[in-house]
Design a protein around this ligand. Structure first.
Ligand SMILES: Nc1ncnc2c1ncn2[C@@H]1O[C@H](COP(=O)(O)OP(=O)(O)OP(=O)(O)O)[C@@H](O)[C@H]1O
Ligand SMILES: [Mg+2]
Length: 246
C-alpha cells in the first residue's frame, strides 16, 4: 500500500530547475535508499516531503491526505509535518539539555509530563545515550549529537522517518549503532524510512528499494539487489562503480 506519493513535482531556484519528478511512490513499511551525486536534489526532495519548502508545482498524498503543495496552508502543513520524523543533513541542537532537546516536539504536541518523561527516556535508551540526558546539547560530540537528533525524530514514533545523510561524519561505531536503531524501529513499528546516503554499502545494508537521483530527476528506481548488481542505466552503472565524474 502506498504511504507517500509525489506527483508532478517541480522545484526551481532563481529560474533553475533542481527537481523535476513525475511520480514517486513510497510504500508503507519499507526502507528506501536515496543516492546520487552532490547537487542532484536529494536534500531538496526530503525538505519538500517534510514541508519545509514549497515547490513551484506538485502534489503529495501522505497519511491518507491529498495536498496541493504550493497552496498548502501553514496549519494543515503543520498537522501533517508532526507525523513525520526528520533528521536534517546538518541538525542543530537547541541551547538546552539533551532531555529538553528530545522533549521539545512532545511539548509542542501538548503531551502530559509523565508521558513526555517516559517517551524521552525510551528514545534515549534506544540510541544508547540515556546517561547523557542532563548534559547540555551544545557540548555533545558529533556522533552523540547525531544520535540525539535521531532520538528527537523518533520520540513520537512517527510512521515516516526522513534521514538526510545521518551518518556522513560518524565513525564506524556510531554508524553501527545508528543503523541498528533504524532497523530496530523499522521492525518493531513498521516505520517507513527514507534515507539519503553517499555511503553505498549503507544503502545496500539498510534499504529494500533504492532511488538514483541525477540532475533533479529519478533516473533509476528498484529493489536494492538489482539496483546495485544489475543497474539498468549507464549513469547508475558509472555511479556505483565510481566512474561518475560529478
Ligand atoms: N534555497 C536554495 N536556493 C538556491 N539554490 C538552492 C537552494 N537549495 C538548494 N539549492 C540548489 O539545488 C541543488 C540541489 O541541492 P540539494 O541540497 O538538494 O542537493 P543534494 O543532492 O542534497 O546534494 P549533497 O549530496 O551535496 O547534499 C543544488 O545545486 C543547490 O545549490
Ligand atoms: Mg544534501
Amino acid at each position: 500500500m502506498s504511504q507517500l506519493e509525489l506527483q508532478n513535482l517541480v522545484v526551481a531556484y532563481d529560474g533553475r530547475t533542481v527537481l523535476d519528478v513525475e511520480q514517486i511512490i513510497f510504500e508503507r513499511g519499507k526502507i528506501y535508499g536515496i543516492v546520487g551525486p552532490s547537487g542532484a536534489g536529494k536534500s531538496t526532495l526530503l525538505r519538500i516531503i517534510n514541508l519545509l519548502e514549497k515547490p513551484s508545482k506538485g502534489s503529495m498524498h501522505l497519511f491518507g491526505t491529498d495536498v496541493e503543495l504550493p497552496s498548502l496552508t501553514h496549519s494543515k502543513g503543520l498537522a501533517i509535518q508532526r507525523q513525520m520524523g526528520y533528521v536534517a543533513q546538518k541538525p542543530s541542537m537547541f541551547h538546552a539539555t539533551v532531555f529538553d532537546n528530545v522533549a521539545l516536539g512532545l511539548r509542542y504536541r501538548k503531551l502530559d509530563r509523565a508521558r513526555i518523561q517516559s517517551l524521552v527516556l525510551e528514545a534515549l535508551e534506544l540510541v544508547e545515550l540515556s546517561h547523557l540526558a542532563a548534559q547540555r546539547a551544545e557540548t555533545l560530540s558529533g556522533g552523540e549529537a547525531q544520535r540525539i537528533a535521531l532520538a528527537r525524530a523518533l520520540v513520537f514514533k512517527p510512521e515516516l522517518l526522513l534521514l538526510d545523510e545521518p551518518t556522513a561524519s560518524l565513525d564506524p561505531y556510531n554508524i553501527t549503532i545508528f543503523e541498528r536503531v533504524v532497523q530496530m524501529i523499522h521492525q518493531q513499528q513498521q516505520t517507513t524510512v527514507l534515507i539519503i546516503t553517499h555511503n553505498l554499502p549503507q544503502a545496500r545494508r539498510l534499504a529494500h528499494v533504492c532511488l538514483f537521483l541525477l540532475d533533479g530527476r529519478v533516473v533509476e528506481y528498484g529493489e536494492t539487489e538489482t539496483f546495485f548488481n544489475r543497474p539498468a542505466c549507464r549513469e547508475l552503472q558509472d555511479f556505483v562503480s565510481g566512474r561518475m565524474i560529478c
